[in-house]
Design a protein around this ligand. Structure first.
Ligand SMILES: Nc1nc2c(ncn2[C@@H]2O[C@H](COP(=O)(O)OP(=O)(O)OP(=O)(O)O)[C@@H](O)[C@H]2O)c(=O)[nH]1
Length: 154
């Protein structure tokens, strides 16, 4: 694989306002945008049209490593009671779905590099990225994919 150009698609999934855009901004531009919150319209992922029985299904496609990411961890430094999701519950859930768990702050940069570094490392360590093909078919019973939650109350 060395020397070969590699393209990886990462899909940011999560409820609105949890901080997906900010996480990308922090990682890509090393900045935290202040100002009024603006909802991101649309999503970036690849869609595939396939057949299930006599139905045509359009399926969003992403690689299937799961990274569970709690956001806004800086708010916990101010007040531990702002934690909305119990860490042990999240850890159990992560273990259950075989996801890797990170708690990040786009404000301070905490664990942001580590998250994306791990994504890249995992990719490199896997011989071939799992890409769905028509030949292979798709397991529609698969677990959900990369997931973001906000660990804090506002
Ligand atoms: N304190 C704190 N606030 C954050 C952090 N990350 C994001 N925010 C704030 O949370 C709000 C939502 O952040 P966005 O990054 O726009 O959230 P999003 O998940 O992309 O939202 P949608 O576009 O609706 O999907 C903004 O007001 C951010 O300033 C963080 O790490 N710490």
């Amino acid at each position: 694989m060395s020397g070969q150009r590699v393209d990886v698609k990462v899909v940011m999934l999560g409820k609105e306002y949890v901080g997906k855009t900010s996480l990308v901004e922090r990682y890509v531009h090393d900045r935290f945008l202040v100002g009024p919150y603006q909802n991101t319209i649309g999503a970036a992922f690849v869609a595939k049209v396939m057949s299930v029985g006599d139905r045509t299904v359009t399926l969003g496609i992403w690689g299937c490593q799961i990274y569970l990411c709690g956001t806004k961890s800086d708010l916990l430094e101010e007040d531990r009671r702002r934690r909305r999701v119990d860490f042990h519950d999240v850890q159990d859930y992560a273990d259950n779905i075989k996801a890797q768990l990170f708690e990040t702050s786009s404000k301070t940069g905490q664990s942001v590099d580590e998250l994306f570094q791990k994504v890249a490392e995992d990719y490199v360590s896997v011989a071939a990225f799992q890409v769905m093909t028509e030949d292979k078919g798709v397991d529609l019973g698969q677990k959900p994919n990369p997931y973001f939650y906000s660990c804090c109350h506002h």
